[in-house]
Design a protein around this ligand. Sequence first.
Ligand code: 5AD
Ligand code: SF4
Length: 475
Amino acid sequence: MTKKLYIETVGCQMNVLDSELVVASLRKHDYELTDSTTDADTILFNTCSVRQHAEDKIYSALGRLKNAKKSNPNKIIGVLGCMAQKDQRLIFQRAPFVDLIVGPGQLHQVPDLIKEVEAGAGQQLEVSLGRKEGSRDQIERSHESFDPLRDPAMRPTPFQAYVRIQIGCDKFCTYCIVPSVRGPEQSRPPFQILSEAQQLADEGCKEIILLGQTVNSYRFRDGEQETRLSDLLYSLHEIDGIERIKFITNYPKDMTDDLLEAVRDLPKCSKYLHVPIQTASNRLLERMKRGYTVEEYLVMMDRIREWLPEVAVTSDFIVGFCGETEEDFQLTCDLVREQRFKNSFIFKYSERPGTKGAEHYPDDVPDEVKRRRNNELLAIQNTISEEDNQRFLGQEVEVLVEGPSKASLKSDANNDSQQVQLTGRTMCDRIVVFDGNRRQIGQTLPVKIYDASIHTLFGLVVTQHVGPELFSLRT
Ligand code: 5AD
Ligand code: SF4
């Protein structure tokens, strides 16, 4: 009998991909997806620990389910991912009705663990070893979960898919929980990545997005031979059907010339780089243990622009990190004004117990100051993004059409019509919205831009080949 699965995902693209793999494995056990927690036989939360807010969201969602088993005592509730790895049994204490807790390295076990619960074996907990709970080799193995199963319904769109090329992180930035919940940095063997990309291309996927916490640190050694991200890009570029390749997120120190050269020379590579700096204060960069100075980051930006003059660069920032003064913050504002990123992702510092940051430095910037700095930096970035987008007015761009726009999905009026507002992205990751037809979804189309806002370009599909005679026949 078919069973119903409700799955909710928070956090980064890695989690979106993990959820895809979990859904694929449960479909093999006769599960289908549902949008309703009431109808669901199994409810899973794939969680994030990067900031407190993401955890609070899950604990409140769990709180809302505390009576869910009254109507259906066989309902299974599971917590997966980073918060499962971080909080472990604490989740059972805070939400005793939870049946399973599964870390990011054990997701392939979810179907079996559900069966155990169904068989009456009680609460199940499967997590990886902590960073001090074994040899590097043992810890690495406990985090390995390179499940090749895929599920098209769980992808960002049918034409785009994430491909994991690396797991874990060894950078240990002092504010960050990722190295302890996702384990040691491990690069996936190239042949696995290539065969997965080939499979995705065979399924009609046109864009692949390579994922790693520090994706450009990718290095796979096999005897004498070393494969770097640039080598991988050349190989992936050969796959017919794949039109675009993106990779996120980059670590500034590993932005080497061979990689920039590959992005320049490979037409399928998106001209888009996400390279977080976090702050423009050297004092704070050192406290964060980011491993570079502002000056080194700026030299890297110069190199990026030399190799790739048209590239779009985006960055992450943490405001209100321990000891951040107004002067520190102003340095960050100045850098954002000067560097003119396409976009900046700005976060208020959230202390993570267990990190070096939490251990050594007090979280001493008041929340209202963090909020004010967040808004101020965002306002600076928004002005730049809007100005930057204005440059596209009158230009023609190539758009990979992803699907109906958010606005058209909200309005029911359009639902049955073929004519619909569509959204897609340019080669440099800019969002474009235009009126079109559903059959254009998945195509790459020339679009002429006539308007621009902070986050969106508005355009018209260019239909150059309709001559005046044809036009009069159609009207
Ligand atoms: N508090 C706030 N932001 C954080 N990030 C990582 N850890 C924290 C934290 N403790 C941000 C960084 C990173 C992005 C994914 O999340 O900017 O690049
Ligand atoms: Fe966290 Fe730093 Fe690793 Fe990024 S590089 S995942 S911020 S520890």
